[in-house]
Write a protein that binds this ligand. Structure first.
Ligand code: NAD
Length: 484
């Protein structure tokens, strides 16, 4: 079994306690990692020292150069990183490999921004004064990451915070702890000063130690809403500001005039890619009545032929649930839907031949917006399909959700597409496409999907403070107590 320490102050740091991480395909433990909440203090101290020392003093262009170098090293090792990630979370190698190869584009984009961060001179408030703003890094950032896309979601936080000039204490998910350590090791190889990127692995106690740490200036969290509430409550004690990227229940809306091939492909990709274990899973399909039967039939048919198997095999189209707990939760939600009167049109069971961790691609009909599975995030390969009569009903059904992360719209009517984009209460809309991401495109949601943004220029702003500077120009400051 492999063994990893924490990564603190540019090197391996032995923990007092350890835990195991397993591979979901076989259920076997393959590595042991640190699980030591006390290590957070050392990580925060290292991050603070780097922020106040070498990193804080480094010219922004040099920070950018190191970020580009890190991106190159991640591309050099992308194949290995994709394999480790697939082993750790059960996601298919095709997807983890592609994600590992995409990381460099994020470091490149944000590296290019590092030396373009500046304030502004404000219009003169009075003849005697010059007023300007500076953008300064918030300081030490605590980043808490989920298991479904560990390297990508870490990068979405790390690249902008490094560009802003911050340092980081990162906690990857206890389900997928290893690749963050490998990333930090490569940052040191790239030439990052010690303490800029610190990784403390472990479970909820480590996350809680970060959330409540008075030495952390901002927390950026991606994960579930229940955990986010723990984080927000702990952070409130120190009034630590937060970015929260949470779950979703994203609608896929298909109009009668849609290209049916594109719509079916988009629906399938939206829910069965990554076994549905993605925050933007398009888990609620709403199909206009005229095209509904065709779309349902085609989605059900293809769901039945999706190739399940070893995530490390490039022929595999869908991997297992990331943990036994996750599988049990998915099956319990499907059972509840059945009990509430839904029809399981495809899947709905654990595959009997694959070791008990694969939930078959599931399509559920005969539901309403009141059915529990239409309201709650499953985080698994489970799609519900409902019909609608007209645009107004589609908007009402789609917006009737506690979540507001993303939405897909399928129609060849360009006016309607843009009208829909305007009316949908979500953070991201994909028109005749689904699940696209890019470093330059802000990513995040409304309502219970969280607040703040990863990616795009907005992501850098999350890690900057505005400082306002007033300058008196004429030597005209008088004794305030002398009249006249
Ligand atoms: P989770 O909330 O269980 O865990 C997220 C992280 O929080 C993990 O690192 C976990 O160890 C840590 N944690 C657990 N308890 C904690 C505590 N008490 N204090 C501090 N940290 C704690 O989420 P998950 O199961 O890893 O991921 C799935 C969830 O993440 C889904 O809801 C999904 O929609 C969401 N997600 C959102 C986005 C997005 O960008 N909006 C992206 C991916 C996943």
């Amino acid at each position: 079994m492999e063994s990893y320490d924490n990564w603190i102050n540019g090197g391996w740091a032995q923990p007092a306690r350890r835990m195991e991480t397993t591979t979901p395909f076989t259920g076997e433990a393959w590595a042991e990692v640190a699980d030591d909440a006390a290590a957070v203090d050392a990580a925060v101290a290292a991050a603070r020292a780097a922020f106040e020392g070498e990193w804080g003093a480094m010219p922004a262009a040099e920070r950018g150069r190191l970020m580009r170098k890190l991106g190159e090293l991640l591309t050099r090792d992308a194949e290995m990183l994709g394999q480790v990630e697939s082993r750790d979370n059960g996601k298919i190698i095709r997807e983890t490999g592609a994600q590992a190869k995409s990381l460099q584009s994020y470091y490149d984009f944000f590296a290019g921004q590092a030396d373009k961060i500046g304030g502004e001179k404000l219009p003169d408030p009075g003849a005697n004064f010059l007023v300007y703003t500076e953008k300064v890094p918030v300081g030490v950032v605590g980043a808490i990451i989920p298991w479904n896309s560990p390297l990508a979601l870490l990068t979405w936080k790390l690249a902008p915070l490094l560009a802003a000039g911050c340092t980081a204490v990162v906690k990857p998910s206890d389900i997928t702890p290893v690749t963050a350590l490998l990333l930090a090791e490569r940052a040191t190889e790239a030439g990052f000063p010690p303490g800029v990127i610190n990784i403390v692995t472990g479970g909820p106690e480590v996350g809680a130690a970060i959330s409540s740490h008075p030495g952390i200036d901002k927390i950026t969290f991606t994960g579930g809403g229940a955990t986010a509430r723990h984080v927000a409550r702990a952070a409130a004690e120190n009034l630590t500001p937060l970015v929260l990227e949470l779950g979703g229940k994203s609608p896929q809306i298909v109009f009668d005039d849609a290209d049916p091939d594109a719509a079916v492909n988009g629906i399938l990709a939206g829910i069965f890619a990554a076994s549905g274990q993605t925050c933007v899973a398009g888990s609620r399909a709403y199909v206009q009545e005229g095209i509904a039967q065709e779309i349902i039939d085609r989605v059900v048919e293809r769901a039945g032929t999706i190739q399940l198997g070893d995530p490390a095999d490039v022929a595999t189209e869908m991997g297992p649930a990331a943990s036994d707990a996750q599988r049990d939760r998915i099956i319990a939600m499907i059972d509840q839907a059945r009990a509430e009167g839904a029809t399981i049109a495809a899947g709905g069971v654990v595959d009997p031949d694959l070791g008990g961790r694969f939930v078959r691609p599931t399509v559920i009909t005969d539901v309403t917006n009141e059915t529990t599975i239409v309201r709650e995030e499953v985080f698994g390969p489970v799609l519900t399909i409902q019909t609608f009569a007209d645009e107004a009903e589609a908007v009402a059904l789609a917006n009737d959700s506690d979540y507001g992360l993303a939405a897909g719209v399928w129609s060849v009517d360009i006016r309607r597409c843009h009208r829909m984009a305007r009316k949908l209460d979500v953070g991201m809309v994909w028109l005749n496409t689904y699940r696209n991401v890019s470093p330059l495109a802000p990513f995040g949601g409304t309502k219970q999907s969280g607040y703040g943004r990863d990616n795009g220029l907005e992501a850098i702003d999350e890690f900057l403070e505005t400082k306002t500077v007033w300058v008196e120009l004429e030597g005209a400051t008088r004794d305030p107590f002398v009249i006249g």
